[in-house]
Write a protein that binds this ligand. Structure first.
Ligand code: CP
Length: 307
């Protein structure tokens, strides 16, 4: 089974990933792999093909494969024959011929991951495709927020504000579909040049004012300005910081007392968040990173049919 995106996934599909991921986090929140899963990928190689930079996604997939007893096979565009002009499809078909059991693929162009998925006979997991989707990020975000809200609250009916550069964000796209499928009310907020066109028809409320977007929200997911996906000078960074950055005063004056702060990373400190906010007790950022390993273990097991 491929995992190329969250759009179109059923609530039950999403919950099956989240519920399986709970197996890989113990009662205190630490990562833990039950012995019955320790050899689930024994003897299997999983291709980790990151043709765009990554820290969290790449490292957590490597840890997830290793914790399930498999072998992570790394390829990058710089160190592979992609650099000589080979296509991604040819690369993956050659690796499949060597026995690779599945691919985790990140690419700056949104079509490549789907094209590879149509061209190989083993599962393909999208680790981020340009401005398309980042499905495992949305799953780990939902997993983290579900745990943070429990036991008093659930995602059903929770209000989540996604703030910053929404237009160029695959994380925003996957999160809108994931959170709304789980019953959350999703707001998107940012300067007009960083909001998506209206015709995307996402089931969200749009805000162009930070205080209004934060009022009544149970969590805010902050996104960085994705400068690599837009022409220079689209964003006035100083104006962005003034109107959209979250510092301690914004937390105190504009956020609900119980609201959480999330960020998929990488955090550009001083632009979307100040140090004291990123490192505060309200921040779930490192919980998200840690839970990413558990969620990616669940995704690998389900996509590879190893349950
Ligand atoms: N959140 C995320 O995708 O981070 P990386 O780019 O470091 O993988």
């Amino acid at each position: 089974m491929n995992l190329l995106g969250i759009e179109g996934a059923s609530t039950q599909d999403i919950l099956s990933f989240l519920d399986l991921a709970e197996e890989f986090v113990d009662e205190s929140g630490r990562l833990s792999t039950p012995s019955r899963f320790g050899d689930a990928l024994k003897g299997e190689s999983i291709g980790l093909l990151f043709f765009e930079p990554s820290t969290r996604t790449r490292a957590s997939f490597e840890l997830a494969v290793t914790r399930l007893g498999g072998y992570p096979l790394h390829l990058s565009s710089e160190s592979s024959s992609i650099k000589k002009g080979e296509t991604e499809v040819d690369t993956c078909q050659n690796l499949q011929a060597m026995g690779v059991a599945g691919f985790v693929l990140r690419h700056k162009h949104r079509d490549v991951v789907g094209t590879v998925g149509d061209s190989v006979e083993v599962p393909v997991i999208n680790a981020g495709n340009g401005t398309g989707e980042h499905p495992t990020q949305a799953l780990l975000d939902a997993f983290t927020l579900r745990r943070a809200l429990a036991p008093q609250r659930t995602l059903d009916g929770a209000v989540v504000t996604i703030m910053g550069d929404i237009r160029h964000s695959r994380v925003a796209c996957s999160n809108v579909h994931c959170l709304t499928a789980l019953g959350a009310k999703v707001r998107i907020a940012g300067p007009p040049e960083l909001l998506p066109p209206d015709d995307l028809n996402w089931p969200v409320e749009r805000y162009e004012d930070r205080a209004a977007a934060l009022r009544g929200a149970d969590a805010v997911m902050v996104l960085r300005i994705q400068a690599e996906r837009m022409p220079a000078n689209v964003v006035d960074v100083h104006a962005f910081i003034r109107r959209w950055s979250i510092d301690a005063d914004v937390v105190a004056d504009e956020m609900e007392d119980h609201a959480f702060i999330m960020h998929p990373g990488p955090v550009i400190r001083g632009i979307e968040l100040t140090d004291e906010v990123a490192d505060s007790d309200r921040s779930l950022i490192l919980h998200q990173t840690r839970n990413g390993v558990a969620v990616r273990q669940a995704v690998l097991l389900r996509c590879l049919g190893r349950l």
